[in-house]
Write a protein that binds this ligand. Structure first.
Ligand code: FAD
Length: 468
């Protein structure tokens, strides 16, 4: 079968690469950033193709259809469930489509569908510009299409809210470009939050913003038995970071045997205030006497590139063992005292001794994330997004992590702290309800109408929108 598909593609002048399971490069195409415990061993496509253009993508869509194969798409390979890996499938790996072209006059970037975050940041910051993106350089367009938050999101919104136009190869092999001024407006709405459910997105035009005055960095604190520092940090985040949209801040809590309880604060300060004014605005934070303080004027690209441990590179990246088994998001309408107490309780009771790399993150999302009116996003009045990520760097911990999550302990802890709210689609696990991944019943209804129109035979079935 693989031979027949490859021959048919060749005959139609497919310009990309076709990779059989024994071809060099195939392993790279099926390697994902993490290994889901739910999909072990992972299924394998019979053939992987690496298109070079929208036309190549259209040929791949038709080849899968003509030969009864499941079609899947892969960009950065960071998704939680790796549904791009299926048996009896044709995998479209967008690795060869990573071009990024900046228009400084319009402050936009044209980005190919296989670009990774590092590609985009590296090119746009040459001009002092950026679009809001996440923190790992090798994460791909899945992040942008299904939400996307990063240090610039509080000021400039979700990544998907910065999509100005999108070009898609649809299930029937046709190519369509949509924008606020052009094409099917429902499709334009839907692609900014649920792109993977609708087609192969081969090009995006993204809005860029001035980041030349970026100020920020990382501060590390040690916690005490009473969580006094953590409490003060969370209150500072609520009382000082929230009222000021220019400040974005996340608090990561972790506890490592032999090291103790640590809080890492990641902060970005946007806008054209002077470095001295910015430093003064965060003096209260520094008064909490951090162990280490790396705050100051820095390049936005250096900030984004600081997280290299999340971004393995090379042609044959090792599957990361720093993988999760539950990755939960809850959004809260307000950072109430009760929530803060609940979060501290989680920090206190999480069985870190079994999972030394577990991270609990409180992200000061605020209303800026909620400006987006597409099928994903945080509610407009949410203050916090919370991620609980049991993670481990050694396979030795795999069992303990799986047990913790299977038994729902982590979810229970989150729920006790204020209720599990909408799930962020990009990190939702297999059991998250579809309606909570797309931000409610109205969005789900509208999305289903679009899906029915552009993909009536459900060719694009990938998580996080499986079941549409
Ligand atoms: C280390 C790490 C750090 C992360 N940090 C952040 C963060 O800071 N902020 C944040 O918001 N999220 C973050 N995430 C979550 C991330 O947004 C999701 O994992 C996202 O789905 C990854 O996209 P990808 O393209 O890398 O993954 P893939 O697995 O390649 O793709 C994810 C989904 O999108 C589809 N897809 C990808 N590209 C296209 C395309 N061009 N056309 C059509 N469908 C496509 C795929 O078919 C798949 O269904 C992080 C994840 C990891 C593992």
């Amino acid at each position: 079968m693989a031979d027949t598909v490859a021959a048919a593609l060749k005959e139609k002048l497919f310009l990309g690469e076709t990779l059989f399971p024994n071809s060099e490069g195939y392993k790279r195409s099926i390697t994902s950033w993490q290994q889901s415990p739910h999909r072990c061993p992972a299924p394998r496509p019979i053939l992987a193709v690496r298109p070079r253009s929208s036309r190549d993508c259209a040929l791949a869509v038709k080849a899968a259809r003509d030969n009864g194969l499941t079609l899947t798409v892969r960009c950065g390979g960071h998704s939680m469930e790796q549904t791009f890996l299926q048996d009896n499938s044709l995998l479209v790996d967008l690795t060869l489509m990573r071009g990024v072209f900046v228009n400084t006059d319009a402050r936009t970037a044209s980005v190919e569908g296989g670009a990774m975050l590092g590609d985009i940041d590296a090119e746009t910051t040459l001009y002092g510009l950026a679009t809001p993106l996440g923190l790992a350089r090798t994460t791909g367009m899945g992040l942008v299409l299904h939400g996307g938050f990063g240090i610039a999101s509080r000021m400039y919104g979700l990544s998907c809210a910065n999509i100005l136009a999108a070009t898609l190869v649809l299930a029937d092999g046709s190519v369509e470009t949509v924008s606020a001024k052009k094409g099917d407006q429902d499709l334009f709405w839907a692609v900014r939050g649920a792109g993977a459910a609708l087609g192969i997105v081969t090009k995006l035009v993204l809005q860029l913003h001035d980041v030349s005055d970026f100020w920020g960095g990382i501060v590390l604190f040690k916690d005490d038995e009473q969580h006094d520092t953590l409490r003060k940090l969370l209150h500072w985040q609520r009382d000082h970071a929230f009222p000021n949209k220019q400040i974005a801040m996340s608090v990561y809590y972790t506890c490592k045997p032999g090291v103790g309880r640590l809080m890492m604060v990641m902060m970005g300060f946007f806008g054209d205030k002077s470095p001295e004014e910015k430093a003064r605005a965060v003096q209260h934070l520094r008064d909490l006497e951090p162990m280490q303080d790396f705050l100051g004027k820095m390049s936005y690209l250096d900030y984004q590139n600081a997280h290299t441990q999340f971004s393995p590179t090379g042609d044959d990246p090792k599957p990361h063992e720093f993988c999760r088994s539950f990755y939960g998001t809850l959004t809260l309408s307000q950072a109430t005292d009760e929530f803060l107490k609940g979060f501290i309780r989680i920090c206190d009771t999480c069985p870190y001794n079994k999972l030394p790399a577990t991270l609990l993150m409180v992200d000061a999302c605020g209303a800026a994330y909620g400006q987006h009116n597409g099928p994903v996003g945080y509610t407009a009045d949410s203050d916090f997004a919370v991620l609980a990520q049991p993670a481990w760097t050694d396979v030795h911990y795999h069992e303990a992590a799986a047990a913790l999550c299977e038994q729902g302990q982590m979810k229970g802890l989150l729920r006790d702290a204020g209720g599990l709210g909408d799930m962020y689609a990009n990190v939702a696990g297999p059991d998250a309800r579809l309606v909570s991944r797309v931000g409610g019943e109205d969005n789900l209804k509208r999305l289903r109408e679009v899906k029915q129109r552009v993909d009536p035979h459900n060719v694009f079935t990938a998580h996080p929108f499986k079941g549409l």
